[in-house]
Design a protein around this ligand. Structure first.
Ligand code: 5RP
Length: 227
């Protein structure tokens, strides 16, 4: 197993230990979350842990179902006690860039609705400043050309339409396209988030501000730092 995957697995395992009987658990998306689902699924199967989970993507639906984890939709009455999700970058204030897996819209909904939101990541995801990872933006397909032009004019950034291996646009579970924005350095993430959100045609940004209260950072030696 690679060093990165050792960190991801370790963080996912510690996060699974935070889940208590009777909880509603929000489950994010991505390779780190897959390790969390495995560890949680083992607890469901061996300890008889009784939980309900709210998935943030069709990929997570598939993984969780494989482990027999009961799934429920997000409603005002059914909110997560705890949401566990990965991140592409986390700064010291636990502002995040997310959406590398394209699930940022549902991920933000499920993180924002949770009583507690805990991020799991390998140590490469910890950064001083956000922005080296291109910022994902979920955009209505019809609006992609005009949004892209506005981004170039106002933000001097050249957006890249996320494509699949066959050259077709990547489409999210909600029928949106993803523009990846290579800012390089994001000095004021909260302000940037607000400025991007008001562009007509932008549905959501991958900037997560003030949502994460805790980061479980997995290191290559299997140690998990609690930040
Ligand atoms: C998906 C996400 C993921 O949490 C993020 O991309 C991290 O993924 P991984 O755990 O595979 O590194 O935001 O939309």
């Amino acid at each position: 197993m690679s060093n990165t995957n050792i960190g991801k697995q370790a963080a996912g395992g510690v996060a699974a230990g935070l889940v208590r009987d009777g909880m509603v658990v929000g489950i994010g998306t991505g390779s780190t979350v897959v390790y969390f689902i495995e560890a949680l699924g083992r607890r469901v199967q061996t300890e008889g842990l009784k939980i309900r989970a709210i998935p943030t993507s069709e990929a997570t639906v598939a993984h969780a179902s494989r482990w027999g984890i009961p799934l429920v939709p997000l409603t005002p009455q059914t909110r997560p006690d705890l949401t566990i999700d990965g991140a592409d970058e986390a700064n010291p204030r636990l502002d995040l860039i997310k959406g590398g897996g394209g699930a940022l819209l549902r991920e933000k909904l499920v993180a924002a609705a949770a009583a507690e939101f805990v991020v799991i990541a390998d140590s490469s995801k910890r950064v001083e400043h956000l922005g080296a990872f291109p910022l994902p933006l979920a955009v209505v397909p019809f609006a992609v050309p005009t949004v892209a032009a506005q981004l170039k004019d106002e933000f001097e950034v050249t957006p890249r339409l996320r494509l699949l291996a066959d050259g077709e646009p990547y489409i999210t579970d909600d029928g949106l396209y993803i523009l990846d924005l290579p800012f390089g350095l994001i000095k004021r993430p909260a302000i940037l988030d607000k400025r991007l959100k008001v562009i007509t045609g932008v549905v959501e940004t991958g900037i997560f501000i003030g949502l994460a209260k805790r980061l479980l950072l997995g290191h290559p030696d299997g140690r998990v730092e609690n930040i």
